[in-house]
Design a protein around this ligand. Structure first.
Ligand code: HXC
Ligand code: NAP
Length: 272
């Protein structure tokens, strides 16, 4: 059997698609022929990503919006619909993270991450609904191992990403009736990204993380993009409501000693 994944004449929207993992996802869909739209807060990052997508030869566009601002997201998505038509694939991956224990973070710090990751995902889902192709659209939320593994210094992310996965599962019920599939992808530690820079910045920690990954390496944005390509295509036409770790089995290992490492780091910071 030979497989071809072709997104020609399809519209793919990647919210938070202007750096790291999500930009890698946007680029891979573009390489497979899709019209791609990206969005994030920084106009420079949006412009740079649209240029990179266009350099691949296809159509691309972008808009700036904060996922915490429902109206801004709604207006941006309406522009994408006007230019590119109904959405075949929607990827929602905007997120924020910093290591801090509950005793070392303000109410606003906790709220910021919950509002970006969880309320932002709700906003993106809700604002997109009328533009999703039905039947046939595929929605992918980018989650994290913190959604199902408690981790010190990550109460905000754990709470928010657990909620993201529950939105995924709930909408698989509600939107399944309309022929829309919705799944979460849970990346492991992805090399060269902001997430790893924030949680495993030094050489020594980095090596400890790598040693704790059963497959023996960090992932790449392409590893996540390949899973998105599969979940976005008809090859996964009967898969919905799934939380899919793409992590070299890292989460099966409890993510090594990431939890105690981050907890100790945050306690040290609180003392200083
Ligand atoms: C304690 C902190 C803090 C820190 C910020 N805050 N950093 N508290 N420790 N290190 C507090 C601030 O003091 C403030 O509270 C509140 O958080 C909001 O901060 P702002 O800077 O005003 O917010 P904002 O500009 O909205 O920025 C949101 C952000 C920021 C999350 C704080 O870091 C951001 O924009 N991040 C986006 C990029 C990112 O994080 N990428 C990594 C995703 S990786 P007060 O009370 O002072 O007002 C990921 C999973 C990785 O999600 C998993 C790896 C395995
Ligand atoms: P990243 O490079 O920081 O990407 C985050 C993206 O979201 C950027 O495009 C950013 O652009 C945008 N964004 C952030 N806050 C936003 C907001 N309030 N409104 C709109 N856009 C916003 O992070 P990453 O490390 O690649 O992570 C990407 C995703 O993978 C996240 O969902 C993260 O939780 C998940 N993840 C990452 C890892 C990892 O190893 N990196 C592991 C597990 C899960 P602007 O700054 O322009 O807004």
């Amino acid at each position: 059997m030979s497989l071809t994944i072709d997104f020609s004449n399809k519209t793919v929207v990647v919210i938070g698609g202007t750096s790291g993992i999500n930009r890698g996802v946007a680029m891979l869909f573009a390489r497979h022929g899709a019209r791609v739209a990206v969005a994030s807060r920084s106009s420079d990052k949006v412009e740079d990503t649209v240029n990179a997508l266009e350099a691949l030869g296809g159509q691309a566009m972008g808009f700036t919006a904060d996922v915490r601002d429902f109206v801004a997201i709604e207006e941006g998505l309406a522009k994408v619909y006007e230019a590119f038509g109904l959405f075949d694939v929607l990827v929602s991956g905007a997120a924020g993270n910093f290591p801090a224990n509950v005793n070392g973070m303000s109410v606003n710090a906790f709220r910021s991450v919950v509002e970006i990751d969880l309320v932002g995902t709700f906003n993106v889902m809700k604002a997109s609904f009328s533009y999703l192709k039905r039947p046939g659209a595929s929605v992918i939320n980018i989650s994290a191992p913190q959604a199902f593994l408690p981790m010190e210094a990550q109460s905000h992310v754990c709470s928010a990403k657990a909620g993201v996965d529950m939105i995924t599962r709930t909408l698989a019920l509600e939107w399944g009736r309309e022929g829309i599939r919705i799944n979460s992808i849970v990346p492991g530690p992805i090399d060269g990204t902001e997430g790893v820079a924030r949680l495993a910045p030094s050489g020594a920690v980095r090596q400890r993380v790598i040693d704790s990954i059963p497959l023996g390496r960090m992932g790449s944005p392409e590893d996540i993009a390949h899973a998105c390509l599969f979940l976005g295509s008809d090859l996964s036409g009967y898969i919905s409501g799934v939380i899919l770790p793409v992590d070299g089995a890292w989460s099966q290992n409890g993510c090594g000693d990431m939890s105690s490492y981050l907890g100790n780091l945050a306690r040290q910071k609180e003392k200083n």
